[in-house]
Ligand binder design. Structure first.
Ligand code: GAL
Length: 678
């Protein structure tokens, strides 16, 4: 089949079974917007199995046939994210129990126990039926497992599974007691069965326990997922499998309830749901775009491969505090923004607006007017056409010489930590602040997990940036040391390298390996009230230091910057250390963007000769590259509110407009304009 990028979205014909005329319109409209891929059946369990053991697949047969009739593809969902009432009524164990041990009632979605044998059995039955029925269907393209897995359950079954998981992990209760530092407040356990999951009516102060519970929730969710896919792998071994991950805004971070790094290893294709709050009143469009870029880079880096935007909105959502439609041209620009960072699919929630319930005012390709004449429909059609024109980019890769480490477990641990600035340690904000400097400079970045650092090594990167990497297990410290020893450049900061994987502080308060690589020792950390400032003198300029200032003792490092005030005035605030064939830098305090920009430009971008696109563009016009089959594609995106001009180093062709742009000439990029050049 000819290469094509995926365009389409969540399609819920099960809501319209009494309206065949609407279903017929859908098929017509799909072709008009050049949509080719649909996630079907996500919440359709009640329509597929209206009574226990009674299956009604006929409606789905005709939906699959209709989509296949115009060459469309279906990402067929397992319907487990919401379940029929009969199931909860007959088997109450399937609903969740809260951390306060309250039994949840039937309702909403994602309200099921991941451990319940009954839920697993019912899931197996429906998933097997779907696989058997559609295994040879020409429309079946990929499996969509459940929907945005999330949440936790504290029922007896889950607590027993947690106990067993702990026993498997620690072997003896003594080892667990050591890991949890449980002599503190007489928290010593005699037996695994005494260890209760964290709850605000019980234990929340044993940080090692809280971390383990979160790890267990990830483990149990993945275990449930693995259970879901058994019949699919067996019956349809060649059909790839995905499940949609979530990203948060405005703090750009992957959904914090699960650690997606281990989850990524068991899916075939990464996909995520992207809902940036365009046109808000608290940041400029360029900033919103940078947050989206960070998440795209995070999700791409999970597998270092093209990914799916499985959900986005063609206009607005209904759950932001204010729900603004995308302004003209933003839909195309925001779609190109995802392609630029490695997406091979632009899909929507939702194909058609429902008439009732909580998502009736959520944006959709087809509005309540059922018309092809409105602005949103035309915007979607424009994206459909664009995707056809640029389809040759499919499968191309994003080369990055710089990696930034983002660690979900550090995020969890810092969330619990009492100390520093207690209310908010600003971990994702800090990682993003460092990331944004490279993005502003059009330097491609991978956003990677510590798991990946350990499993794959870091040798392909010229620089690795590890802001606030609080949790530093030995194997991570060793991976970083090996990287630097072999010639890599590491940058890390205050509140890094402090604790091990159980949140136990390293002897001396700073991982000994880091001490060695960096040639420094952190002796204390001064946390500042919001209006307080220190200063850093670096390269003849003075910069603000705020929030946290680590005080250092120098062993071998060279001092590049010093504090300006307080009892540690004149002491080291920025250091550099040659280690093996490489180098390690330490930024001891939180700074503002001006310092990070100056520091990274000098020490990383220039010093390491990081490859940057040769196209000259003004601030706010982002350029990203993808390469494939020896071709480099330049994604040029104007996130400013005015027209901008760019200058090309050579003649280039814009795949979106089909125009050739001449070398050296000023090429105009309208407000929210986008080009894909080669
Ligand atoms: C997603 C979810 C969809 C829909 C959408 C609304 O998180 O997977 O089912 O609710 O949000 O934006």
């Amino acid at each position: 089949m000819q290469k094509r990028l995926h365009h389409g979205g969540d399609y819920n014909p099960d809501q319209w079974l009494k309206h065949p005329e609407i279903l017929a319109d859908d098929i017509k409209f799909m072709q008009q917007v050049k949509a080719n891929t649909f996630s079907v059946g996500i919440f359709a369990w009640a329509a597929l199995e209206p009574q226990e053991g009674e299956f009604t697949f006929e409606w789905l047969d005709s939906v699959m046939d209709n989509i296949a009739s115009f060459g469309g593809q279906v990402i067929l969902a397992t319907p487990t994210a919401a379940r029929p009432a009969w199931l909860s009524q007959k088997y109450p164990e399937v609903t969740r129990t809260s951390p306060r041990r309250e039994k949840m009632l039937h309702g909403a979605r994602h309200n099921h126990c991941f451990t319940s044998p009954v839920y697993r059995e019912k899931t197996s039955i429906i998933n097997r039926k779907l696989a058997e029925r559609y295994k040879n269907h020409p429309a079946l393209f990929m499996w969509h497992i459940s929907n945005e897995y999330n949440g936790e359950c504290h029922c007896d079954l889950c607590r027993a599974a947690f106990s067993a998981w702990l026993e498997q992990k620690y072997g003896t209760i003594d080892t667990l007691n050591d890991a949890y530092w449980s002599a503190f407040w007489s928290h010593t356990y005699n037996d695994f069965s005494q260890v209760e999951p964290p709850s605000d009516i019980g234990e929340i102060f044993v940080h090692g326990l809280t971390l383990d519970w979160r790890r267990f929730v990830t483990h149990q969710t993945i275990d449930f997922y693995k259970h879901e896919i058994v019949p699919l792998r067996e019956i349809t071994p060649n059909i790839p499998i995905t499940t949609n991950f979530m990203g948060d805004f405005p703090q750009p971070m992957p959904f914090a309830g699960l650690n997606y790094a281990p989850f990524a290893q068991v899916v075939d294709v990464i996909s995520w749901d992207a809902y940036p709050p365009w046109h808000n009143d608290y940041e400029c469009t360029e900033e919103t775009a940078a947050r989206l870029a960070f998440l795209n880079d995070y999700f791409r880096s999970l597998k270092n491969a093209p990914f799916f935007i499985l959900e986005s909105t063609p206009s607005m959502v209904n759950w932001h505090s204010v729900n603004r439609p995308k302004r003209p041209e933003m839909h195309l620009l925001s779609s190109v923004a995802c392609l630029a960072h490695g997406a091979d699919a632009i899909m929507y929630f939702q194909w058609r607006k429902s008439r009732g319930s909580s998502e009736k005012f959520h944006g959709a390709v087809i509005d309540h007017d059922n018309s092809a004449q409105n602005r949103v429909f035309k915007d979607v059609a424009q994206v459909g056409e664009m995707l056809e024109r640029v389809s040759e980019i499919k499968g191309s890769h994003n080369p990055a010489e710089i990696a930034i480490i983002y660690d979900t477990e550090t995020m969890w641990a810092l969330g619990e930590t009492q100390g520093f600035i207690r209310a908010d340690k600003k971990y994702p904000q800090t990682v993003f602040a460092h990331y944004k400097i490279f993005r502003d400079g059009n330097a491609p970045v991978d956003v990677i997990s510590p798991d990946k650092c350990c499993a794959e090594g870091l040798s392909r990167y010229k620089a690795v940036i590890a802001p606030m990497l609080y949790m530093m297990p030995d194997k991570l410290a060793n991976a970083l040391a090996l990287y630097v020893e072999n010639g890599g450049t590491l940058v890390t900061t205050y509140i890094s390298g402090m604790v091990n994987e159980s949140d136990l502080v390293h002897h001396s308060g700073f991982h000994p390996k880091l001490r060695e690589i960096l040639g420094i020792q952190v002796t204390e950390t001064d946390s500042l009230y919001p209006t307080q400032r220190n200063g850093i003198l670096y390269g003849n300029a003075s910069y603000k230091a705020l929030d946290n200032c680590a005080v250092l003792e120098i062993a071998d490092a060279e001092i590049l910057g010093t504090y300006e005030q307080d009892f540690y005035a004149g002491s080291a605030a920025v250091t550099h250390n040659a280690y093996g064939k490489g180098a390690a830098y330490f930024i001891a305090a939180r700074t503002e963007e001006d310092f990070l920009a100056a520091f990274y430009e000098k020490e990383i971008l220039n010093h390491l000769n990081i490859a940057l696109p040769q196209i000259k563009s003004p601030r706010g016009v982002s350029i990203q590259t993808r390469t494939g089959n020896g071709v480099t594609y330049y994604f040029v995106m104007n996130f400013t509110d005015e027209a901008q001009t760019i200058q090309l180093p050579t003649d280039m062709c814009d795949l979106i407009s089909g125009r050739t742009l001449a070398k050296g000439q000023q090429s105009l990029l309208p407000k929210y304009g986008a080009m894909i050049l080669k």
